[in-house]
Design a protein around this ligand. Structure first.
Ligand SMILES: Cc1cc2nc3c(=O)[nH]c(=O)nc-3n(C[C@H](O)[C@H](O)[C@H](O)COP(=O)(O)OP(=O)(O)OC[C@H]3O[C@@H](n4cnc5c(N)ncnc54)[C@H](O)[C@@H]3O)c2cc1C
Length: 491
C-alpha cells in the first residue's frame, strides 16, 4: 500500500497534520512507536480516578482566541465540552514559606487592574509590560490571520530575556514571580527565554483559560473520530527506524521491524534532535545535522499523581505555581528537590463529582535518573525503591505547601524515564526541544524534497503550540494562503 503522506508520531501535532492533510484528499498514514495514540496527553485511570498527564488546561480557547478558531476549523469544537477556569483567579502564585497567594484573573485588562491595585507604585510599569504581552502574543504565523505572512519573522527567540525585562520590578519580588511563573509551562529559565516567547505562551493564558471535560483523553478520542471520518489510518507500536530516500527526495519509511511503507511525503513530529539518525549519513549538510543534534532541550520533571480523602474544591478551575522564595520564578532543577518550584492542579476537574485527585509537576534533571536507564523493557533492581522515596518526598512537599489538600496519597509517579519511554523525549525533556534565547529551531520545510517537520519544537509547547506548528507545516505543503483562507471562513 502506498501513501501520499506519512506522519511520524501520533502526538497533538501529528494528529492535527494528519487531519488537515487527510481532508485535503491525501491518503495519510500515522505511525506511532507507543502502544497508544497520543501517549503524552491521553491520561490514565488509577484507583477509580482519571488523571491527566500532558494536558491540564489550555490558553486561547475563549471567544476570539486562536485555539477556538483552530478547534472550529478542525471540527473539534463540536465534539468537546469545555469549561472555563475561574475568571477571578485561574493561576495563582503561592509562596510556600508564608502560604501567601496571588491569583491572576482571566483577561489582560482584569490582570492590569488587580496587579495595579496590589502594586500601585508599579502601575505604569505593569501597564507597559502587559501592553507588550498583548502586542506580541499573537505575533506568530496563523495566530493573526490579518497580517501578511511575509511580515512575520521568527523573531520570538531574540531580544531581551524575561529576567532582564523583569529587573525593573525588583522592588516587588512577588510581582516578579507572578509575571514569570508561566515559564514553568515551557520548561526554560527566565534568564534564557525572550520576553516575546514568554508572551506567546503566557499571553494565551492571560487571554483565556479552559479545561476540557474528560481531559486529554476526550480530546484524543475526538481527534480519532475525526481522523476516521477523513479515512486516515493510524498504526501504533510502529517504531520508525529510517526515512527512505530516492532520486526525487523522500520515498517512504522503514520500521525497526524491517517493514516498509512507501510515501511521497513524510512529516516528522518527533524531537528534531532524533531526526538525523533516521537518515543515511550524507543526506543533510553536516552543519544542519549538527544543528539538529545540538538543539538544547527543556528541563525534565517528576509528575506525582495523588488521590485525596476529601475533595479539593479550592483547586477547581485554578492552578497553583508554588515557589519557595520570592523573586523571579525559578523553575530549574538545580536546587535540592524540596527547594524546587512546582505546579499543582486538580485531577478530572470537568467531572460533576468532587476533585478527588491532584497532579503535581516538579522540575527534575535527567542525571538524577540516568543510572536507572537500561536498554530494553523493565528497570534495574532498586528503581522501584528509589521511586518510592522520591514519591514520599513529593508527598511531603505537597502536604507542606498545600495543607488544604485533604490527606493526599501517592498513586503513581512519572520520572524523566517515563517521558523518555512515552514520547521519546531526549533525556526526558518535558516540553521537547526548548525555545532558548537565540536558538534557531528548525523550520517545517526542509531542503530534502518531501520531508517536513512539525511539533512543539517548531513553534511552542502546549496544545496551542503543537496545533499551530501543524498549521504551519501543512501550510508549507498545501499553501499558506489556502489554509489561512479556510481559517478566515471559520471566524
Ligand atoms: C507533564 C506535562 C504537562 C503538560 N501540560 C500541558 C497543559 O496543561 N496544557 C497544554 O496545552 N500543554 C501541556 N503540555 C504540553 C503538551 O502536552 C505538548 O506540548 C504537546 O503534547 C506536544 O505535542 P507534539 O505532537 O509536538 O509532541 P509529542 O506528543 O511528543 O509527539 C511526538 C510523537 O512521536 C512519537 N515518536 C517519536 N519517535 C518516533 C518514532 N521513531 N517512530 C514513531 N513514533 C515516534 C512519540 O511517541 C510521540 O507520541 C504538558 C506536557 C507535559 C509533559
Amino acid at each position: 500500500m502506498s501513501y501520499d503522506s506519512i506522519i511520524i508520531g501520533a502526538g497533538l501535532s501529528g494528529l492535527t497534520c494528519a487531519l488537515l492533510l487527510g481532508r485535503s484528499g491525501r491518503k495519510v498514514l500515522v505511525l506511532e512507536q507507543n502502544a497508544h495514540v497520543a501517549p503524552l496527553v491521553r491520561g490514565f485511570n488509577r484507583n477509580g480516578l482519571y488523571f491527566d498527564s500532558g494536558f491540564h488546561y489550555a490558553g486561547g480557547l475563549g471567544d476570539d482566541g486562536p485555539l477556538d478558531l483552530f478547534f472550529r476549523h478542525l471540527g473539534l469544537a463540536g465534539k468537546l465540552n469545555l469549561f472555563p477556569f475561574a475568571q477571578d483567579g485561574f493561576d495563582g502564585l503561592r509562596l510556600s514559606a508564608t502560604g501567601q497567594d496571588f491569583f491572576l484573573p482571566v483577561g489582560l485588562a482584569n490582570i492590569e487592574t488587580v496587579l495595579s491595585d496590589r502594586f500601585p507604585q508599579a502601575r505604569e510599569k505593569i501597564s507597559a509590560f502587559l501592553l507588550e504581552v498583548s502586542s506580541r502574543w499573537r505575533n506568530f504565523p496563523y495566530l493573526d490571520l490579518d497580517v501578511d505572512l511575509a511580515d512575520f519573522g521568527i523573531k520570538v527567540v531574540h531580544g531581551m530575556s524575561l529576567q532582564e525585562r523583569l529587573r525593573e520590578f525588583e522592588p516587588w519580588p512577588q510581582l516578579q514571580g507572578i509575571l514569570s511563573m508561566h515559564s514553568l509551562l515551557y520548561g526554560l529559565p527566565p534568564e534564557s527565554v525572550s520576553v516575546s516567547f514568554n508572551a506567546v505562551v503566557a499571553g494565551s493564558y492571560y487571554h483565556s483559560a479552559h479545561g476540557i471535560v474528560g481531559g486529554g483523553r476526550s480530546l484524543i478520542n475526538a481527534f480519532q473520530d475525526l481522523l476516521a471520518e477523513a479515512d486516515v489510518e493510524i498504526l501504533c507500536n510502529k517504531d520508525v527506524a529510517g526515512v527512505l530516500t530516492g532520486n526525487h527526495g523522500v520515498s517512504g519509511v522503514r520500521l525497526t521491524s524491517g517493514e516498509e511503507f512507501p510515501a511521497g511525503e513524510v512529516v516528522a513530529t518527533l524531537n528534531p534532535g532524533l531526526l538525523p539518525q533516521l537518515f543515511p549519513p550524507g543526506t543533510f549538510r553536516p552543519a544542519y545535522s549538527k544543528r539538529l543534534i545540538n538543539l538544547r532541550q527543556t528541563s525534565s520533571a517528576y509528575i506525582g499523581f495523588f488521590r485525596t480523602r476529601g475533595t479539593s474544591e479550592f483547586l477547581r478551575g485554578r492552578n497553583l505555581f508554588i515557589q519557595s522564595h520570592p523573586g523571579i520564578f525559578n523553575g530549574s532543577a538545580d536546587q535540592a528537590l524540596e527547594e524546587r518550584s512546582f505546579y499543582v492542579t486538580g485531577a478530572d476537574q470537568g467531572s460533576s463529582g468532587g476533585i478527588n485527585g491532584v497532579v503535581c509537576i516538579v522540575p527534575a534533571r535527567y542525571d538524577e535518573v540516568s543510572c536507572w536507564q537500561a536498554p530494553g523493557p523493565g528497570r534495574p533492581e532498586g528503581y522501584i525503591a528509589w521511586k518510592k522515596e522520591i514519591g514520599e518526598r513529593l508527598l511531603t512537599m505537597l502536604k507542606k505547601s498545600c495543607p488544604e489538600i485533604s490527606e493526599p496519597e501517592l498513586v503513581e509517579l512519572g520520572t524523566p524515564l517515563t517521558f523518555c519511554r512515552y514520547s521519546r523525549a531526549n533525556e526526558g525533556a518535558v516540553y521537547g526541544t526548548g525555545h532558548w534565547l537565540g536558538q534557531y529551531n528548525p523550520h517545517p520545510a526542509t531542503r530534502l524534497p518531501g520531508l517536513f517537520l512539525s511539533g512543539q519544537a517548531v513553534t511552542a509547547p502546549g496544545l496551542l503550540g503543537a496545533i499551530t506548528a501543524a498549521y504551519l507545516t501543512c501550510g508549507s505543503i498545501l499553501g499558506h494562503e489556502h489554509l489561512r483562507g479556510e481559517l478566515r471562513t471559520c471566524r
